[in-house]
Design a protein around this ligand. Structure first.
Ligand SMILES: C[S@@+](CC[C@H](N)C(=O)[O-])C[C@H]1O[C@@H](n2cnc3c(N)ncnc32)[C@H](O)[C@@H]1O
Length: 383
């Protein structure tokens, strides 16, 4: 998931924070010159005294945002990439968003993970199964949560999170019809889209990493993968806390199921729509994950991914591996829209629409100066 586990993790103000998600940066393989110049500029900047660096930083960022493929402002002064219909970022209203409060002295964050799963992860959608899950998270409090999405609470408070999809949900999901649909949301993180889809008339089942399932981390040389897995699992646990916090706060009917995305629980049921929001890039085997959902989906599959390809490549079936060139064990694949369309066609969803959009992103370690927007694409593929 997008908070980068382990590498670059730091603690600020007593809460877990994460550096900007390196998997969201443009593909350095296809941007060699850009990458080399950026690395040289960063090395030079590190040698500057802080007051001078502070003065130069905004200008450097402006130049980078103009040139950097995949970033807001990329490719032309208007911020469009010639040849790709990328709309400007929507108006983001000023709101006072708050951080979850610090934990009281001596209190640990609620951690349900790791735990013993039911055999085969079966029975979770039985009323008794959902009741048992809800009981595990019955006491969840705001301070137990890591919010991946900026999230509005029913009492009017807005909780900060690195990704702000508020107001952009429909474009993020490719405008797919939700009313009356049974939706399987794969990797809902802290669940802002779960809330939004239920408010649009969907019945949502959120599927996330099970308690004995190891997250997929690229076995990069030199990394302490065991420590990173442990960090990652802790973060996933706090993000799952946030999903349940929103579930309780809104009184959602949405249900949760845990397990392996490569072998969905046999009794998970059928769905009208399956949603893969920014998850395929993090999976060792994205095709198997799509295949699992495709076998259970009757109407449409929605895939959202960061756009890493230019106009000449976007419509080709291109898959880049190790997208941060060893910078993060979290970034497996750069899938072009063409590759996703192809995969879904093979899986029996040949009628695809493709759209592009920008979503605001606010890195945890540098939320003000580092705030940017990321260009994503959405494929909606139908049977
Ligand atoms: C980057 S977040 C995406 C959040 C949300 N779907 C969105 O579009 O904003 C990735 C999500 O995928 C989940 N995830 C990552 N690896 C997974 C795996 N192997 N199996 C199931 N879920 C996984 C994470 O726990 C997290 O909920």
């Amino acid at each position: 998931m997008c908070p980068d586990p382990g590498e670059g993790q730091t603690k600020l103000g007593g809460r877990d924070r994460y550096y900007a998600d390196p998997t969201m940066e443009p593909d350095p393989q296809s941007q060699d010159l850009y990458a080399r110049v950026r690395a040289a500029a960063r090395a030079a900047a590190r040698r500057l005294p802080e007051p001078a660096a502070r003065v130069l930083r905004p200008a450097a960022r402006k130049v980078a945002s103009f040139w950097q493929p995949g970033a807001a402002g990329a490719g032309s002064p208007e911020g469009t990439r010639p040849g790709l219909p990328i709309p400007p970022l929507r108006h983001i209203p000023e709101v006072v968003a708050i951080e979850p409060p610090p934990l009281p002295e001596g209190r640990e964050r609620l951690t349900v993970w790791p735990d013993t799963p039911p055999p085969g992860y079966l029975g979770q959608l039985e009323p008794e199964g959902q009741k048992r899950l809800a009981e595990r998270w019955a006491g969840v409090r705001l301070e137990d949560c890591f919010f991946y999405h900026r999230s509005a609470l029913p009492d009017g408070r807005v909780i900060e999170g690195p990704w702000n999809l508020i107001g952009g949900e429909s474009e993020y999901l490719g405008g797919v019809d939700l009313d009356g649909r049974r939706v399987l949301e794969l990797g809902p993180a802290s669940g802002w889209l779960t809330v939004w889809m239920e408010q649009r008339g969907a019945h949502v089942v959120g599927f996330d990493l099970g308690w004995d399932v190891q997250p997929d981390l690229l076995p990069l040389p030199g990394l302490d993968l065991d420590r990173m897995r442990a960090d990652h699992i802790r973060t996933v646990s706090h993000v799952q806390n946030a999903w349940w916090f929103l579930q309780h706060a809104y009184g959602l009917t949405a249900e949760a199921v845990y397990g392996s995305i490569y072998d969905l629980p046999a009794d998970i049921g059928r769905y009208d729509v399956s949603v893969f929001g920014s998850i395929l890039l993090h999976l060792r085997d994205p095709f198997q994950a799509l295949h699992q959902a495709a076998q259970r989906t009757d109407e449409a599959i929605v895939v959202v991914e960061p756009l890493r390809h230019g106009p000449l490549e976007a419509y080709q079936p291109i898959v880049n591996f190790n997208i941060t060139r060893g910078g993060s064990p979290n970034g497996w694949w750069g899938l072009s829209p063409g590759a996703v369309v192809d995969m879904l066609g093979v899986l029996g969803f040949p009628a695809a629409t493709l759209s592009f959009h920008r979503q605001p992103y606010r890195p945890e370690n540098n939320p003000v100066e580092g705030a940017t927007s990321v260009i994503n694409y959405t494929v909606v593929a139908r049977r």
